[in-house]
Design a protein around this ligand. Sequence first.
Ligand SMILES: [Zn+2]
Length: 275
Amino acid sequence: MLVLRVLNVVAPTYFLCISLVTFVLQLFLFIPSMFKDPSTTPLFSPALLHGALFLFLSANALGNYILVIQSSPEDLGKCLNSGGGAEAVAARPDGSRSPGSALPSTHFCRLCARVTQRHDHHCFFTGNCIGSRNMRNFIMFCLYTSLACLDSLVAGVAYISAVLSVSFASPLAFLTLLPHSISQFFSGALLSSEMFVILMLYLWLGIGLACAGFCSHQILLILRGQTRYQVRKGMVVRARPWRKNLQDVFGKRWLIGLLIPVLNVGSDCHRPKDK
Ligand SMILES: [Zn+2]
């Protein structure tokens, strides 16, 4: 439990540090280096277009990160108590036994110390439980984090290609870049800042692919009408049309909901869900 509590603090710190480093590299290194290209016109220069794209992606990633925390699932114990007749739920705050286990799809998270309905999983990077209230923002957060990382990867590759005169025409160039750079760094032929950018390239690739995979898996579960918690526990869910399952998370205009981040103000207490 102590390890999980430490992870609950370390993971958000790690995410915020990576975000800060990415911002600094993009705004003070990659984008200014694009302005040096004399062949571009000032109005539609790649630097401005890239800067606007990066700000859009990162604003959505960070905005949804905040919304995931703000819209975290409400404590079902409090919800039921406010409606009356659920004193038993609040009477077990120590988590020795899941207090909401009598209700469908409820789970007591020991890290958050609360019972949530339609629980999906506990996200260490946001330090919060993911449920029906913040699922949409969580998926948006994964999607835009993935895109922001891949955008930074492309900008970083362009920067390294220009500074070190490395060609990435061959697919193997990216694989051999790290061992080649490490040997150059220790022989003194590569600056620390350039080595740092090269290490960040691999980090962005890893985070970008991980977030894209996680986001795809989460959308697949939503289409099936399942939560990660239900899959883990082997719960059987009632078959529903995939459109209805999407609408439960993204609203009636689910396609627009996928593209535009809007504050999700629904409440777990009153959702007629499940299972
Ligand atoms: Zn939790």
